[in-house]
Design a protein around this ligand. Sequence first.
Ligand SMILES: C[S@@+](CC[C@H](N)C(=O)[O-])C[C@H]1O[C@@H](n2cnc3c(N)ncnc32)[C@H](O)[C@@H]1O
Length: 363
Amino acid sequence: MNKTQTITGYIQDIDSNEPFLVCGDSFELLSKLPSCTVDCIITSPPYWGHRLYSGGGIGLENTYSEYIKNLLKITNELYRVLKPTGSFWLNIGDTYRNKKLQGIPWRVAISLLDKQNWILRNSVIWNKHKGGLDSSKDKLRNMHENIFHFVKDEKNYFYDTSKIRSDARKSIVKNGSVISATGVSGIRYKRQIELSTSLNVVEKICALDALNGVLEKIKKGEIADFRMIIRGQQRATHSESEKVSGRAKELNQKGFYFLFYHPDGTLPGDVWEIIPEDTQKRKNHYAVYPEDLCKIPILATCPKNGIVLDPFSGSGTTCLVAYKHNRKSIGLDISTEYIEFSKERINEYKHENCGVLQLFDQE
Ligand SMILES: C[S@@+](CC[C@H](N)C(=O)[O-])C[C@H]1O[C@@H](n2cnc3c(N)ncnc32)[C@H](O)[C@@H]1O
């Protein structure tokens, strides 16, 4: 990073992907950023009333309404600097006051929808597997946090599913018969069709024909897996009511339908199993989120030459992951100490890789 560079200079500089880290209040720093410039925002603001960070900042308000008001001032600026194709991922935890859970994540999310035109695409549960120490005898241990995915334009936001699908399992041919990725060979379906008391003769012929066609596609590798729903054998996937489900209608009229699995693998679900960051980095910062938490947002919603922004960058996790995945990034934090620590962390990563960056997404 060039020390004399401004944020706008950094955005225009196409040669460097090294994170740009700036110390200061996000609200003020964001006001210097031109509108519609960043592709992806990933952040975890201080949770209300949780702990004191070294630089002060938001989270110390007396009431949650004041906290939300202050946070919304910043998200308003985020809305302005985000491109119309951009995404905003917000990780936020809850707080108890006088034994009452305050419901902060959803209060914030609903305010963003009602007051600022954000569109919510996903509400992700981060399952941390281990909670903090909890001695209470009258409630469950807290093990999760929320991550919300917001966009500005529900139809035209950037989303590359190919980067986040799990590897597809392939079908095989065994003893001359095609077996799909999860072991569906078609023999069971054929028997169910032949023995069906619900399908008439014509429907049986059509169902067998269609099944053979699907098995042929599996053989050619055009489909990795499928399920067949046959009237009288399997239930319609969503609802049996024709009013609610087009599939139920198809089942009633035709006697069968298929569900196809994407040949490139399945998409991750909205519950993320991620163990919290190890305690090592907590010497310097008390609320580091795990690198894995930034991977799906960066890979799916930041294009290759795009810019990631974290307005509460803390120990620099978001920027480090952006760097590892060959994206530019801007990190803002009110604490000089955390900004210095983030720079050290990024330099350490560079040195560990002998100055040669190990980039994970180079195509
Ligand atoms: C939950 S931590 C972020 C942790 C980060 N995700 C990481 O992995 O290290 C929140 C950060 O917001 C910073 N902060 C609080 N108020 C701020 C403000 N008004 N402007 C900029 N940073 C602020 C705090 O200093 C703290 O480092």
